[in-house]
Design a protein around this ligand. Structure first.
Ligand SMILES: Cc1cc2nc3c(=O)[nH]c(=O)nc-3n(C[C@H](O)[C@H](O)[C@H](O)COP(=O)(O)OP(=O)(O)OC[C@H]3O[C@@H](n4cnc5c(N)ncnc54)[C@H](O)[C@@H]3O)c2cc1C
Length: 518
């Protein structure tokens, strides 16, 4: 299970045993003649109940299992957001909420239009069909009566249909424009445990397949090259030793949308000017590394409840609402999660009081296709220094992002005024009924903004001749060989819904692309 011998060699070296990395490790080791080493900076999740119990996810944020990346100052947004990224086997699928939406057909049409040839809807859905995770709507015994009343009120107030299985709408009806219901989750309804990437793809084969090596608590610090070819990775092991892991065929970067571009830049692959400013020697000038930083920004409205919120839940955010304002596009353009707990980090900082833990209910409107684009870069060649993340929240020229949040806050108030949800509510805590003009709502919405924790796009896919693309449609890093990126970094544009299933699907398809190149 562990290897620390120097210069160990494998066919494939996967950096990051996270969401996409777990899928890839499983699929590539299906062939007993193929050897794979997974280098994972975090520990195993295998016997960690605090990780496996989905209901406890909030305790993992900013814990020892979280890289917790700050952002640079956001003049039009909230400068205090901490981007959680998991440091544990399974990656973010081991500390997220496991909301699981199949990719939307029109989002994949956007990918193809952006140069991601071959990532069409029919192809990608066929890979989504292969996922091993147990994905199903919140089970009947886990359905909170308050959330059920919220769903009814949403349908009445907005006209959105109540949906029993969002993913069935995508699989069998070509998608949905609007809808409200209990969310599809990757979990085991009998135990409340995660059906994360590690649970579904790694646990069944750990210690079973001899051709799989896991190097846990081992950090990749640099990709090694001979000329243009990636030959392996320099790592620091759990014991603090620096060693080399050699890839006979390919190095596969699956460290996520922040750590993959970070590792490329630490290895001298990235925009030459940015690398020089950080004191890093340039091995391969690649303009797009760290550009196109995407996210789903959200804001919040919080109420104090008139009665205690019933405790039944899977993970305290079990319902979702999708709405569409622009009828020219079939996709929803506003999404809301409901939070059955006081999600008050940002409101408390702004001076709002917080109801008790059992007396708050929140709605968090988010922007499915945010138009602001960010960038990340390094400020030091030291691999321990965290990167600079500038999401440039709410900076799009048309102010579309801020207007979407204002629309969301207003719609949330309409829902709160509608039975049977209305009678659960005692008062609006934040932003409070006094905040009602567009400008005031925008100011509050942006200052109290948060992330749905979906950074992506920083090594985006594109045509071979697109100078801002980092990888080609087969996920190979442009201008180099033996090196691919397989994680949320490769998204050319942001999927409208929560992206984890799309990441898993990228892992599934990547395995076929890699095998096809052998
Ligand atoms: C709190 C939270 C809640 C979320 N909720 C949802 C949700 O409900 N539904 C949804 O669809 N999406 C959700 N997301 C987003 C989703 O989880 C991510 O988009 C997805 O899991 C990213 O997968 P990945 O493979 O790109 O990266 P990750 O899963 O982050 O995997 C990266 C792995 O690489 C490892 N690593 C990093 N650097 C190194 C290094 N240098 N050396 C070795 N290993 C390294 C990390 O430890 C990690 O295991 C959430 C995210 C968070 C943080």
């Amino acid at each position: 299970m562990s290897a620390s011998d120097s210069a160990a060699a494998y066919d494939y070296v996967i950096v990051g045993g996270g969401t996409a990395g777990s899928v890839l490790a499983n699929r590539l080791t299906e062939d007993p003649a193929t050897s794979v080493c997974v280098i994972e900076a975090g520990p195993s999740d295998h016997d960690q109940d605090r990780v496996l119990r989905l209901r406890d996810w909030l305790d993992l944020l900013e814990s020892d299992l979280d890289y917790a990346y700050p952002t640079v100052e956001q003049p039009r947004g909230n400068s205090h957001i901490i981007h959680s990224r998991a440091r544990v086997l399974g990656g973010c699928s081991s500390h997220n909420t496991l909301i699981s939406f199949r990719p939307f057909p029109q989002d994949l049409a956007d990918w193809e239009a952006a140069g991601a040839r071959g990532w069409d809807n029919a192809t990608v859905q066929s890979y989504a069909d292969r996922l091993k995770n147990n994905i199903a709507p919140v089970a009947p015994q886990d359905r909170n009566p308050l959330v059920a009343d919220w769903i009814t009120a949403c349908a009445r107030a907005t006209g959105a249909p109540v949906v029993t299985d969002f993913n069935a709408e995508t699989s069998h009806r070509g998608g949905f424009s609007e809808g409200v219901g209990f969310l599809p989750l990757a979990y085991d309804p009998y135990t409340g445990h995660r059906s994360s990437a590690s649970v579904a793809y790694l646990h069944p084969i750990m210690g079973v397949r001899d051709n799989l090596t896991l190097m846990l608590e081992t950090r990749a610090e640099r990709v090694l090259f001979e000329g243009e070819r990636a030959t392996g990775v320099q790592v620091t092991t759990a014991r603090g030793e620096t060693t080399t892991v050699t890839a006979e065929r390919e190095v596969l970067l699956c460290a996520g949308a922040i750590d993959t571009p970070r590792l490329l830049m630490l290895s001298g692959v990235g925009p030459a000017g940015d690398l020089a400013s950080a004191g890093i020697g340039v091995h391969h000038d690649l303009a797009g590394v760290g550009e196109n930083l995407l996210d789903h920004p959200e804001s919040i409205i919080m109420w104090e409840t008139a009665r205690e919120v019933p405790e039944t839940t899977v993970m305290y955010s079990d319902g979702g609402l999708f709405l569409r304002r622009d009828t020219a596009d079939p996709r929803p353009d506003l999404m809301f999660h409901i939070y059955q707990v006081p999600f008050d980090d940002n409101t408390a900082r702004l001076g709002y009081d917080s109801p008790g833990p059992r007396n708050a209910i929140c709605m968090t409107p988010n922007i499915p296709r945010s138009r602001s684009r960010g960038k990340m870069w390094l400020e030091s060649p030291d691999p321990r220094v965290k990167p600079a993340l500038d999401f440039r929240y709410f900076t799009d020229a048309e102010d579309y992002d801020a207007r979407t949040i204002v629309d969301g806050l207003r719609i949330a108030r309409d829902i709160a005024a509608t039975e049977p949800f209305a009678s659960w509510i005692a008062r609006e805590v934040a932003p409070g009924p006094g905040v009602s003009g567009d400008a005031e709502l925008s100011e509050f919405g942006r200052r109290a903004a948060h992330t749905v924790y979906h950074p992506a796009g920083t090594c985006r896919m594109g045509d071979e001749d697109d100078e801002w693309a980092v990888v080609d449609p087969a996920l190979r890093v442009r201008g180099l060989s033996g090196l691919r990126v397989v994680d949320a970094s490769v998204f050319p544009t942001m999927p409208s819904p929560n992206p984890m299933v799309t990441v898993l699907t990228v892992g599934e398809r990547a395995a076929d692309l890699i095998r096809a190149d052998r």
